[in-house]
Design a protein around this ligand. Sequence first.
Ligand code: SF4
Ligand code: SF4
Length: 378
Amino acid sequence: MSDRHFAGPDGDGGDGAAFEAKALVDGCTMCRACVRECAFLQRYGTPGDLAGRFLAAQAPQEAVNPYACSLCALCGAVCPEGLSPERFFLELRRMAVRRGSVSLRPYGRLLAYEARGRSPWLAWRRIPSGCRTVFFPGCALPGTHSQAVRRLVRALREADPSVGIVLDCCIKPSHDLGRHEFFQSAFLPLVAFLEKQGVRRVLTACPSCHKVFRTYATGLETVTVWETEGLGRLLAAGTVSGDVLVHDPCPYREVPEAREAVRRAVRRLGLSVREPKRAGDRTLCCGEGGAVGSVSPDLARRWAERRKAEADGGVVVTACAGCTAFLRRSGLKAVHLADFIQDPVRAAHGRTLAAGSPRTYWNRWRLKKSLIKIYGAP
Ligand code: SF4
Ligand code: SF4
């Protein structure tokens, strides 16, 4: 299934940006519904106005800094005209990379993280005979919650011994930074490999991986691991009590089944769900989206501050390792759903077992070693 809030057309030069800009110029009524929701637009102007200035100058830097946009797609979700301004900002990023007019030096750590996730040190895959489903846990969760990932793998294999495993990076950092050609050259061969092996379904744990697979691996069915029976077996029913606020990650804006699976899991544990004002397809970015914090930390913080006001000191549960880390750094009692697999009582009190860097790399390496043992000889 393609996602209208993600990928623009593959034009070269500024074609993609011009295409998206024309759509905004033609459709935007300047109603400011998106501006009311977004500090980035409050700084730069309405999408229609920005697109008009871009078309007049053909120079993105004269209209807006697209690297200050979180690519969260809330603007598209609230737009009464059905426009998708976030696609324009993504195309501006792609255009800047193609023209060499942006320095990616501020993202050096992020790109090194992506490269390590693809390296022989951390990447590994095993596709058992007859495999139709693989688990793709991504980079973040195996680092922060390696024990939970190991238990998920065991539970999935108990239900279906032919489930495969792929430890790799989905290349979302490069995708969002506008390195589109690199993204395609790195991600599409993985998809081709899986299809050639007969894989039909990918189980994801990370919302970003989920979005990448749904958008670019359209021949595969993509489902979150939180929707599988395996998770139910790992969450002991009724072990904790109280209420928690559920934070939906932006990539699940158009994936109601994933959002509902998280709420089901939380209720199964014995907790009641407190819905924030901004939830579901109107959810807020945690602040980490689009790597905005590397160039406009003030704008990144504004998102987390809104969520913090809604949480009002209570425990926040999310199914995204990136959101968990960013919200915690912003002073929220955020925990990952995987925390409940490892220690439900601790998690219900807002205490996470998430490891921090560089421990995360060690955890990923050890997870790979233990999965090689679990899977045995090929
Ligand atoms: S994608 Fe998010 S940050 Fe970017 S303009 Fe839209 S609402 Fe604002
Ligand atoms: S909500 Fe849509 S129509 Fe209104 S200003 Fe934003 S992009 Fe334009």
